[in-house]
Design a protein around this ligand. Structure first.
Ligand SMILES: Nc1ncnc2c1ncn2[C@@H]1O[C@H](COP(=O)(O)OP(=O)(O)OP(=O)(O)O)[C@@H](O)[C@H]1O
Ligand SMILES: N[C@@H](CCO)C(=O)O
Length: 294
């Protein structure tokens, strides 16, 4: 049996729209073994079918390599909420691709794993950090996927504010304009460089400004009810920066001091959307695979 553990990811990180992704210490796990029929447990019934994204990703790799798609027994154990901007789909995709690699001894290289995961997800910004951990920039040019790691100072803590409502990525992309004023683009690219430096050095003095994106956040925040209230709560509790995680609905506070999580969760209780604050840090390991004999 193969056990696979994959971190949740927070894509975009403010000004790194469709480029940056951060692996965080919140995990989806699964146990998978070859079987004589497909059996899936541990996830909502609607995902216990052939359409399950872990199984579909497993099958994608095998189909691509013209290998027989042996059925699997899949036990999922994940609290990462769906369609909430924490990369739940990337966790499934990376798990399925790694399951194929391990159970069928494919010996895929790191680049091949990134290629398969990106082909299935459609973009690399969540799957790269989910596979490799840490903060990464990634970009697909034709068939080539470029990715690069960036350091994050250990003083930074990330608090995910997760509401009870979902926000589909397609809906969150649908509200974006087709073109932008030149000054907006220039501001974003300049801030991205300064953001990477602030994350590397731990200098949070201007973090809030460097995270302040003009490409997606102004349009998407309107889709996230109680955004301003949560931002105020985060800043009052010491957040030095704030951004929409992935395409939302989760919001992320960036701190450089310890946070009283109990008090923070208490201050969210009066809100309509049952927000939960999760205390996270950077995951540096990425996806992890182990073999277990039953
Ligand atoms: N435990 C699970 N079991 C089966 N399928 C899952 C599971 N978790 C997530 N999924 C799949 O992932 C889909 C959600 O992916 P989607 O890209 O909409 O959001 P996300 O990955 O959570 O957020 P984002 O991409 O913005 O970070 C679900 O509709 C489902 O198909
Ligand atoms: N970069 C993507 C992440 C969503 O998975 C977006 O913001 O639309």
């Amino acid at each position: 049996m193969v056990c696979i553990k994959v971190p949740a990811t927070s894509a975009n990180v403010g000004v790194g729209f469709d480029t940056l992704g951060l692996a965080v210490t919140f995990y989806g796990e699964c146990e998978v073994e070859l079987s004589d029929k497909l059996e899936i447990t541990g996830c909502p019934v609607e995902f216990q079918t052939e359409d399950n994204l872990i199984y579909q990703s497993y099958k994608y790799v095998l189909d691509n390599l013209k290998r027989a798609v042996t059925p699997i027994k899949l036990q999922i154990d994940s609290d990462i909420p769906f369609a909430r901007g924490l990369g739940s789909s990337a966790v499934c995709i990376v798990s399925g691709v790694l399951a194929a690699n391990e159970l069928h001894q494919l010996h895929l290289s790191q680049d091949e794993l990134v290629q398969y995961c990106t082909q299935i997800e459609g973009h690399p910004d969540n799957v790269v950090p989910a596979l490799l951990g840490g903060l990464s920039a990634s970009y697909q040019m034709g068939d080539d996927i470029f990715f690069q790691h960036y350091p994050v100072d250990e003083s930074y803590q990330f608090v995910a504010f997760v509401p009870d409502f979902t926000l589909e990525t397609s809906v969150a992309r649908g509200v974006l304009p087709e073109s932008y004023p030149l000054k907006t683009v220039i501001a974003n690219q300049a801030k991205l460089l300064f953001l990477l430096d602030a994350l590397k050095t731990g200098d949070a003095a201007n973090l809030d400004q460097f995270l302040d994106d003009g490409i997606h956040q102004p349009y998407r925040k309107k889709l996230i009810d109680e955004y301003d209230i949560v931002e105020n709560i985060a800043k009052k509790s010491g957040a030095k920066g704030f951004y929409i995680s992935g395409s939302g609905s989760t919001l992320m506070g960036v701190y450089n001091q310890s946070v009283n999580m109990e008090a923070l969760n208490d201050s969210l209780k009066s809100l309509k959307h049952h927000w939960r604050a999760l205390d996270l840090s950077v995951d540096y390991k990425g996806a992890n695979v182990c073999h277990r004999t039953i």
